[in-house]
Structures are given as C-alpha cells and as structure tokens.
Design a protein around this ligand. Structure first.
Ligand SMILES: [Fe+2]
Length: 384
C-alpha cells in the first residue's frame, strides 16, 4: 500500500439544537470570553440570536463581528482580528457558510500569534498556533468546518489561499436547526458542491487513500440519497441532517485527497462571471465526468459499484455511465440543468474561460486524466 497521511478535526459533534446548548459545549473547556463571527444573513435568519442566547445563558462573555460578505476580503479579517484583540477573547466561534468559516479560521491564527495574512498565505506557513476554534456550518456544502484551508481576497479581487492543518477547528458542531431556513436554491447549489467534493476526492489522481475513499463513498450515500428530498420547501429535518453530515464527510475526504478539474473550471467561471461556487460546479460537472471516463474509466466504475449494487457485474463503461446518468437526473430534479448561455455568458467568452481554467494547475494536476487547452474549450462548449 502506498504511503499516505490523513488529518482531520479532533471532535465532530452532531446535535440537533446543539447551538442552543453551546454553553454545555464551551464551558467544560474553560472558555469564558468568545468572539462570534457570522454574517448578516445569519443574523437576519435568527440563527445568530440562538447562539448568543446559549452563550449568555451560560454566562460566557461574548462579542460579535458580522461584517462579512461573499468572497471575504483582507479588510474583513483585519477588522475581526481587531475585535478579537481589543476584547482579549479566548475562543473564536464561526457560524455561517464558507466565507464566515474562512474568516474565523485565519482570525484565530492572527489574533493568537500576531502574524499577518501575507505571512501565512500558501501551504503550511502558519507558525505559533491559534486561538481555540469552533465552527458551525449553516449550509450543507462547503465542508469548511473540517478543512484546513481558507480563501481570502485582496482588494484587487485576487484570491489567496491559506492551507495549513492549524486551520482545522477544535470542534465542528453540526446542528441541523441551522439549516431549517435554507432557501431551495442554496440547498441545490451547496449540495452539488458537496457531491463534487466527494467525487473528486475519490477520483483524485494524486492523494486518494483508503480513508478518504471510505469517507467519499459514505458522503455520497448520504448526499445522493437525500438531496432531492432536502430540496423540497417542506424538507424533513432528517433529509437535511443527512445532507449536513454528508457534506462534512465529503469535506474530510477532499481536505486530504483534494478536489480537481470540476473545481478548476468552476473557479474560472466564478472569477469571470461571479457565479455562486456550487452553481459553477453544477454547470460543468457532467461534461467533465464524460471527458474523464473517456480516458480513465476505472476510478468512476469503482465508485459507481461502491454506491449502486445494481451495477455490480456491468462493464466499467456501463457502471461509470450509470453514475453519470444518476447525477444528471438529480441535477434536473433540483433545477440546475442549465447551460452557460443562461447566465449571460457568450460563445466568445469560452476561450478566455478555457485559458483561466488552465491556470488552475494545482487542481488540474489532481484530475485523473490530463486536460489540455483544446479539451477545456470543448468542455465549455459542451456546457454552453
Ligand atoms: Fe467546492
């Protein structure tokens, strides 16, 4: 067996209503003065109030920083670090989607050891630890509560990444009640993102390992089995609870095995047309899988046989095609079966998108087969 390394969070708590019981989680650990990082959407949805009440009920002093938007900027991190330092906090709680958790992770580092963002951009540049960190996701998609990365944008729009195991929180708290008011469109796009995390982790050419494989398969059982039910307005709590756990399992898988071409294409779309991340993934997913199985079918047939007993005994090609057809059906039923042209993207934009995609070398290197410029352009044409 080849050498591998697997790193993840030390504690995952899955507790419906856990946010209201936050005091019972925090108090035994001795934290008494907490900075809560959230965004305005979380505040407006009333989720923030539940957390603050839970802290207050346990006499835990708390301050809040909620000035966070999508694609979080360096200034937001500076501001949240200032709040942490001015109040001499001893713990950071991030409650929200990927942007909030990205800010919470680097705030915990900088508030502890006095470094700057520039000092920690890159891979494994963090020195000196971080403040205790608890992350609470409010969508079932990013898996950021169990990943060791944070993406922060410069004022120019350039995205910088911090990847370091120090960013893994002490506790990931999964409370399905935080997902109760999630709109359908967020359920669908974030859910597809989680599905892509698991598929790309399982089919990564470089870092997949037996633990990430196991997590990716289990994640897909939860995600594929519940995304359509979860998409309904009156979704049962159980389906969203399983999506939330599936997203976390997928996060643990891709934090160790890495995502690949779907994310490379999605980042090019997000950078140019500012489409939501999960939507960008959904627009190219099927077309990239079709390209990949034409070159490297066995990873996908293995995955399909792990998920669907009905394809055991079928050929590699048939098994892989079955996985794609199941994904196509799901994408249609959650109303994401759209072409790029429906998002003000023009045919003449595709060459630029293909060029931008090729710049995502780190991600493309994880793809199970090589993607050249002409391949990327054809995939965008197919997705158009
Ligand atoms: Fe993603």
């Amino acid at each position: 067996m080849k050498k591998f390394k697997f790193t993840t969070v030390s504690t995952i708590i899955n507790e419906p209503g856990g946010v209201s019981n936050i005091g019972e989680i925090i108090s035994p650990l001795g934290y008494k003065n907490v900075l809560v990082i959230a965004d305005k959407g979380i505040v407006n949805a009333g989720l923030f109030d539940k957390l603050i009440k839970g802290l207050n009920d346990s006499n835990i002093v708390n301050v809040a920083f909620t000035d966070i938007g999508p694609d979080p900027k360096e200034e937001m991190v500076s501001a949240s670090v200032s709040v942490a330092k001015e109040n001499n906090v001893d713990c950071i709680i991030g409650i929200g989607g990927g942007s909030v958790m990205d800010v919470a992770k680097v705030t915990a580092v900088i508030a502890k050891n006095g470094c700057t963002l520039a000092d920690i951009y890159g891979i494994e540049q963090v020195r000196g630890g971080r403040l205790p960190l608890l992350l609470i996701p409010t969508t079932a998609g990013t898996g950021s509560e169990v990943t060791s990365s944070s993406v922060i944008s410069h004022a120019s729009g350039k995205k910088n990444v911090v990847i370091d195991p120090t960013l893994l929180p002490d506790i990931a708290l999964l409370d399905v009640e935080m997902l109760s008011s999630m709109p359908k469109q967020i359920v669908s796009t974030t859910g597809v993102d989680a599905i892509v995390h698991a598929i790309e982790a399982y089919t990564s050419s470089t870092k997949k390992n037996p633990i990430s494989d196991m997590l990716a398969c289990e994640a897909l059982r939860y995600l594929l089995g519940n995304i359509e039910a979860s998409f309904q307005v009156s979704a049962a709590e159980e389906s969203r609870s399983k999506m939330l756990l599936g997203s976390t399992l997928a996060g643990q898988a891709f934090a160790n095995s890495s995502v690949a071409a779907v994310h490379a294409f999605a980042y090019a779309l997000a950078e140019t047309f500012h489409l939501p991340h999960g939507l960008s993934n959904s627009l190219v997913l099927i077309h990239i899988l079709r390209f990949n199985i034409g070159k490297e079918v066995t990873l996908y047939s293995d995955l399909s046989r792990n998920l669907f007993p009905e394809v055991i005994g079928k050929s590699d090609r048939e098994a892989a095609e079955y996985l794609i057809s199941r994904l196509e059906n799901i994408i249609e039923s959650i109303e994401l079966n759209k072409g790029l042209r429906e998002f003000d993207i023009r045919a003449e934009d595709l060459e630029k998108l293909a060029e931008l995609t090729l710049k995502q070398e780190r991600l493309l290197n994880n793809n199970p087969c090589k993607i050249e410029y002409r391949d990327a352009l054809q995939i965008f044409k197919n997705a158009f």
